[in-house]
Every structure is written in C-alpha cells, then in structure tokens.
Write a protein that binds this ligand. Structure first.
Ligand code: NAD
Length: 349
C-alpha cells in the first residue's frame, strides 16, 4: 500500500459513529472476510515488519498498552486498555484507538477509533486461523464468555469457516442472554448453555473469551477431548490465563509473535523453551497446520500489532468516497515550516 502525502494538512478521522456506519455500509460478514484477507496478506509478508512485544503499563485494575509496527512504508500503532472490572461500572473492558503514518515524512494519514475495530480484527484473526487449523467440516463452536467480543467471534467463524451452530455460556446469565438475542436471525443456530461443559458438547471449535485478571481455569483438562481446535482469546496479560496447563501439554500450540505470547498468553504457564509454532509459517507453507484428525490445535491468541496495522489499512482503503470520516486539524501547517512561532502569534485574537 502506498499512502501519498496529503496535500492538505488534514488527517482523516474515523469516529465510533463512522465505524458503525461503515460496518453497515460494507456489511458485517463481508467486512470480517475483508479484514481477514488484509490480515492474512500481512501475515504472509511477516518478515518485512518491525516487531516488538507491546509496551504494557500494568495496574491493579488492568493494563494500558501501546502496539506499534511498521512495514517500512507505513507505520501504525494502537492504544488499547484491558480493565476486567470496567463492565460493572458500565464501561467497556477494552477500548482502543489507532493511527497510521507515512514512514517517508512521518505524517499521520489516518486516526481511527479501534474499540469496534479491535473486536472485528480479533474475530477476523481467530476465524482466519481456525480456517487453517480447525478440523475439516467444523460447524459447531462453544463460545465461553459472552461479552463484548463474543458475537463478532461467532459471526466471523460463520463467515470464514462455515459455522452453523454456536453454543453460548457465560457465568453471567444476562450476558449469555444478550449474546443469544444479538445473534438471533443472523443465520446461526444459537444454543444457550448452563455450563462450559454443556457448551462444549459436539463442538469442534472451542472459543474461550472471558475477562478476569487472574490464572483462571475456564477449561480443565478432562473437559477437552481430542480432535478439537481451541481458540483461546481471553488470556492476554501476565497473570491472566484461561486453560489448565495440562491442556497445553496435549496441544499443538500456534501463536502470533512468540516474544509477546510467552509474556502474555496461555504459554506463560509453560517453560520458556516449550515448542510453539508461529502461525505465519503455516500460511507461508513452511510448517504444517493440522496434521491429524485427533490432534488438538490451540491458537493462543493475545492480539498482535500487525493485526491492527492490517485493520487500519483496510479502513484507510475503504473510507474513500464515503461520508464515514472527517478531516481532523491535527497537524500544524505554517506557510514557512520553520515559522511555527509566527503562525501561533498570527492567530492572536
Ligand atoms: P467482556 O468483559 O465484555 O466479556 C467477558 C465475559 O466473560 C463477561 O461476560 C464475563 O461474565 C465472562 N466470564 C468471566 N469469567 C467467566 C467464566 N469463568 N466462565 C464463563 N464466562 C466468564 O470482555 P471482552 O471485551 O469480550 O473481552 C474478553 C477477553 O478477551 C478480555 O480478557 C480481553 O482482554 C480479551 N481480548 C483479547 C483479544 C485478543 O486479540 N486476543 C482482543 C480483544 C479482547
């Protein structure tokens, strides 16, 4: 992607309202498929990118993170938080915004909300990975944790993997009910369940997407049979995991960027040299994905900067010719670049 330097010193800004309108303009499932295409394309050119574990600032209540990357032409970052107790105060667990910039001159070329976009990109990534690793013909998913991400996860699996049925469970029955209501009429059979075990009956894909800042055991070893794909989304911080370690020892583990996942993912529970596969290598044809019907594949997802970069690229490429952004006066633009002071003085009332 080449982003030409803007002639005017304005930066397109996509608000939450714009993002929601863009989703309806494009369509939820086409957008999830489009995002997955962009993410897959960027995973295929993995080695081009600058990569670093995200920069995290932890507190008792949660975490605030910066997630930067660059492909040499375009630079991007996301600001994102994770505060599991927020929902009790009527706030989101995860909120985010992000930016793309031109590496050539350092000028921002897009500023966007990323709370909605993170849910979309996380779901698109999960489904893109499941399409390569889940057992062939997977049509049923257990969705454990029915919070903000859950409907996006379910619809992405429908759009990309061909999911027909989703089995929902949340410790909070109101959340299960909310997700069931939101997913009704979306072309999926929706089954609400009273336990995680019940949700897993007949499921080939198991998604865990709960929020709790602790070593939780959402799945214990005896709950997981052979031949399933686990899409573990919720364990994404030091001290925050969802799976019993014994499951990890029985699974083939696929990760985004090991340097970050070893700090934040389920594999923080394992020895630092426990073998894991970087998922981009599967796409590149360097290593196999699923090799047998009995294998347990586990996507230990924590969310990586390249996925956000791809999502911002997708937005940048799809807002042209729409009303779903506005120009933001974010950059100082004095006539003489060295006369910043004069520009400020001339603005005197
Ligand atoms: P949310 O707070 O909206 O929903 C979490 C849900 O989990 C809640 O409804 C809660 O009742 C439920 N829950 C908690 N403990 C449970 C248990 N033991 N069994 C069943 N349900 C339980 O949060 P969200 O925005 O949906 O995010 C969920 C998690 O995913 C968070 O931890 C977040 O940090 C993580 N996340 C990961 C990625 C990624 O890329 N991997 C991206 C976004 C969010």
């Amino acid at each position: 992607m080449t982003i030409a330097p803007s002639e005017k010193a304005y930066v397109p800004f996509v608000s939450v309202d714009h993002m929601m309108k863009l989703v309806h303009h494009i369509g939820m499932e086409p957008m999830l498929r489009g995002l997955a295409e962009y993410i897959e394309a960027d995973f295929r050119r993995w080695n081009l990118f600058d990569k670093t574990p995200r920069i995290a600032s932890h507190s008792e209540e949660g975490v605030i993170e910066l997630m930067p990357t660059s492909d040499g032409e375009v630079y991007g970052f996301k600001y994102v938080n994770g505060h599991p107790k927020n929902t009790k105060a009527g706030l989101q667990t995860v909120t985010a915004f992000g930016l793309l910039a031109n590496v050539g001159n350092g000028y921002p070329v897009l500023l966007s909300e990323m709370t909605v976009l993170t849910a979309l990109r996380t779901a698109a990534t999960s489904a893109m990975v499941a399409r390569h690793l889940a057992p062939k013909g997977s049509d049923t998913m257990a969705m454990i944790g029915a919070g903000a991400q859950s409907e996006f996860q379910s619809l992405a699996m429908k759009a990309l993997v061909g999911l027909k049925s989703v089995r929902l469970y949340d410790i909070d029955a109101a959340a299960t009910k909310k997700a069931a209501r939101n997913l009704s009429g979306m072309g999926l059979e929706v089954v609400t369940c009273r336990s995680a075990e019940a949700a897993m009956e007949g499921a080939q894909i198991i998604t865990t997407c709960t929020a709790d800042k602790q070593y939780a055991t959402i799945l214990s070893d005896n709950m997981v049979g052979s031949g399933v794909h686990i899409n573990a989304i919720g364990g994404d911080c030091p001290g925050k995991t969802e799976l019993a370690p014994a499951i990890l020892h029985r699974s083939s583990i696929f990760v985004e960027y090991p340097e970050q996942t070893r700090i934040e993912g389920e594999i923080q529970q394992l020895d630092a040299d426990h073998p894991v596969t970087e998922f981009w290598r599967v796409l590149a044809g360097e290593v196999p994905g699923r090799t047998s019907a009995e294998q347990i594949t586990l996507f230990d997802s924590v969310g990586f900067a390249i996925e956000d970069f791809s999502a911002l690229r997708y937005i940048r490429d799809h807002i042209g010719g729409t009303d779903y952004y506005r120009d933001l006066d974010l950059l100082a633009d004095p006539d003489d670049p060295r006369d910043l002071f004069g520009m400020v003085m001339r603005a005197a009332p």
